[in-house]
Design a protein around this ligand. Structure first.
Ligand code: BEZ
Ligand code: FE
Length: 289
């Protein structure tokens, strides 16, 4: 190994990996070593630049807590999280999108037609659609977990003024595969900028905004679970999401309404809807396992 050079170090590293190593781990390490070493060779990385990179990682560790993982945020703003989503998203179903850090377990069960709006300020929205197989059949008993920001751009858990589980629910579809709920329009918001990710965004002239969205996790037996988000077509940040979560098939319309004609009687607050409200119609297609 005394003859190791910048051209042979990648192979030297790989020679250290013993034969019995798990095949997939070996493959991933081989690719990682090639790309990391090429990165240094191609950039002629200086000691100062290498140290700066390690300092960023150190600060990411320092600012991380069980509730806030700065490494995940780095992965998000570098496009890594979305790329992992894209390579793992089946072609035939609704695309997946980033989970984000604000999902919590234990949201209350809300029946189809239930209300999430409660006392929340903001434009009223009726969101509904079906959960379907790729063949177009409705899926009975599919479970949806739903979470979103209030109209101040904050999730419950981030904002002490919001009750626990505000704008969060779990809903189970009936025989027709339908889900339906009333809520308020979520707002665009910024990803946390007070750590090394913010430093990177500022250094590269990037803004921290995400377009407004509704988060969903949709699960059903015999189908692949789907973690996704849906985005309104009129959001100013639709084409510049800081974490690259938007896909064409995840874009929906807020249709403005001034009459409840056509709104299902299942909607608990149908008779209390304001004069002007919005309707979102979005189907989820789950591919089979
Ligand atoms: C979110 O959508 O909740 C989110 C995703 C990535 C980073 C920050 C927030
Ligand atoms: Fe979000």
């Amino acid at each position: 190994m005394r003859t190791v050079s910048k051209d042979t170090i990648t192979q030297s590293f790989l020679d250290y990996v013993v034969e019995e190593t798990d095949e997939r781990l070996k493959f991933i390490l081989e690719k990682l070593a090639h790309h990391l070493h090429d990165f240094v060779r191609e950039t002629d990385l200086t000691h100062d630049e290498w140290r700066k990179g390690l300092e960023l990682l150190y600060s990411a560790g320092e600012i991380s807590t069980p509730e806030r993982n700065e490494f995940v945020l780095f992965s998000d703003v570098l496009g890594l999280s979305s790329l992992v989503d894209m390579v793992n998203s089946p072609e035939d179903g609704t695309p997946s999108s980033v989970l984000g850090p604000f999902h919590v377990l234990g949201a209350p069960d809300v029946p189809v037609g239930g209300d999430l709006k409660g006392e929340n300020e903001g434009p009223a929205v009726v969101v509904g659609g079906r959960v379907l197989t790729t063949g177009g059949d409705p899926i009975e008993g599919a479970q949806l977990e739903i979470w979103q920001t209030a109209d101040n751009g904050l999730y419950s858990g981030q904002d002490e003024k919001q009750p626990e589980y505000n704008l969060r629910a779990r809903m189970t579809t009936g025989a027709d595969g339908r889900y339906l709920f009333s809520t308020v329009r979520p707002a665009p918001y910024t990803v946390p900028e007070d750590g090394p990710v913010g430093e990177l965004l500022r250094a590269t002239g990037r803004h921290p905004w995400r377009p407004s969205h509704l988060h969903f996790i949709v699960t059903a037996s015999g189908q692949r679970s789907l973690v996704t988000e849906v985005f309104p077509s009129d959001d100013p940040y639709l084409d510049e999401d800081a974490v690259f979560g938007v896909r064409e098939k995840l874009v929906m319309e807020y249709q403005e309404r001034s009459s409840t004609e056509g709104i299902s009687d299942d909607l608990a607050i149908k008779s209390d809807l304001p004069d002007k409200f919005y309707v979102v119609d979005f189907d989820f297609i789950l591919s089979s396992v």
